[in-house]
Design a protein around this ligand. Sequence first.
Ligand code: PGA
Length: 249
Amino acid sequence: MRKKIIIGNWKMHKNMKETQEFINEFKNLINNKKTTCDYGIAASFTNLNIFKENNLKDFIIAAQNCHFEKQGAFTGEISTNMLEELNVSHVIIGHSERRQYFNETDETINKKLMWIFSQSQIVPVLCCGESLAQYEANQTKSVITQQVTAALKGINSKDASKLVIAYEPIWAIGTGKTATVAQAQEACLEIRKVLTKLYDEKTANSIRIQYGGSVKPDNVKDLLAQPDIDGALVGGASLQVTDFINLLI
Ligand code: PGA
């Protein structure tokens, strides 16, 4: 049985004061909540140390990006070493906003995964998903197959089995338009089939596949009840503490 994993993606939201306020409220509310899932937040770099210092129990501290070199003249970038100093255990790689606005390609995403697996203990959360035009052209399966295959080029099955993959149809991100439970399940199953082809059934079955795109407290349970949906990557609904707590199952 794969343990469900729910990660809030704060994107470029919240300053340090707001982050501490969120954590204070979270500490009060989480005690009364029974959960069986893994959970955490992917925060801005400037807020990661706040999560570290608050030392929340069993809480995943995640980053939203990292570079594929140890160090060097890469203005504006951050290394896995720097993230590990902040107790970061997961990092989002290849989010569609990074692909769309910051020119991330399948090649750079592959380089990042190679680097992370060879040089750190951090778990990559690899994002994939089709655009609205691709969705309308019935290309969902071919797009995610291509993205996942290219991202995992040269990655062995031992490393791949540690991965988290997030299927996020771009047309559902921040739009309030969620994929139907059946669409989300079908795409996540397709990813598992691709993983089976690239590796084997055992590896494919050990990889957790999240759905992302307008996940809210009122649709999370149905989505996560699907056999191939092992969690959620949640933007908007992770920003309010009560919503975030209500997402946890
Ligand atoms: P959303 O964002 O939940 O606000 O749609 C999801 C994401 O981009 O990870």
